[in-house]
Design a binder for this molecule. Structure first.
Ligand code: ADP
Length: 189
């Protein structure tokens, strides 16, 4: 039991470092103009399921309900599946990280040839003055909650770049104390 505890800490730290390294590498690629998309046919439903499986236990540990709404007739998309998964994982991961009670919800729809994805939470919310700032590199909301929860402040900057390269848009709707909804659009093809 004693060894297990230590090994779990080693494993968690390893995962944390890998996350940091990958974020910094992505940022370097973006800055060098070397982030290229690898476009293939993909199923957005599978992307959502992959993300769900990855974060299910994190949500359960915090006793948060994790809900997904997916239309049954989603068309096949064309895009960089790995990068799109990365964006959704970042949004859902943040929602779980910053929410202490309630639920995290993922909703998918299609409209005018684009997927519309929303990730909402019942967390602390984000003040209007911070809502654009958080999409910039290394920008975090300067409050004790963010400081306590760590992170690099790179995830949303990378997400904005990936969505932009696909011809989509990403933004947040939120008010303090009322949770946040991150939304993005993504051309189906
Ligand atoms: P990181 O999570 O590593 O700090 P991000 O770029 O993903 O970096 O997020 C930047 C900042 O935006 C976070 O540090 C936090 O202050 C704020 N933020 C992101 N998502 C949420 C959310 N769901 N609820 C409240 N604040 C959020």
């Amino acid at each position: 039991e004693k060894i297990r505890e230590v090994l779990e800490r080693v494993q968690n730290s390893g995962r944390h470092l890998l996350g940091l390294i990958n974020d910094i590498l992505d940022l370097s690629k973006i800055e060098a103009g070397q982030l290229v998309l690898s476009l293939t046919d993909y199923s957005l439903k599978e992307v959502v399921q992959t993300v769900f499986t990855a974060v299910e236990s994190l949500a359960a540990e915090k006793k948060l309900a994790l809900k997904v709404t997916l239309p049954s007739d989603l068309p096949a998309g064309k895009g960089d599946e790995r990068r799109i998964t990365q964006v959704l994982l970042n949004l859902v991961g943040n929602a779980i990280k910053f929410t202490e009670m309630g639920e995290v919800r993922v909703e998918v729809a299609t409209q005018d040839g684009a997927f519309r994805v929303a990730v909402s939470d019942t967390g602390p919310g984000i003040a209007p003055a911070d809502q654009e700032k958080i999409f910039e590199e290394f920008q975090q909301v300067d409050n004790s909650s963010t400081r306590k929860k760590g992170g690099t402040g790179l995830g949303l900057a990378i997400a904005r770049r990936i969505i932009g390269m696909h011809g989509g848009r990403i933004w947040v709707e939120s008010s303090l104390g009322k949770g946040s909804t991150f939304r993005f659009t993504l051309p189906v093809r």
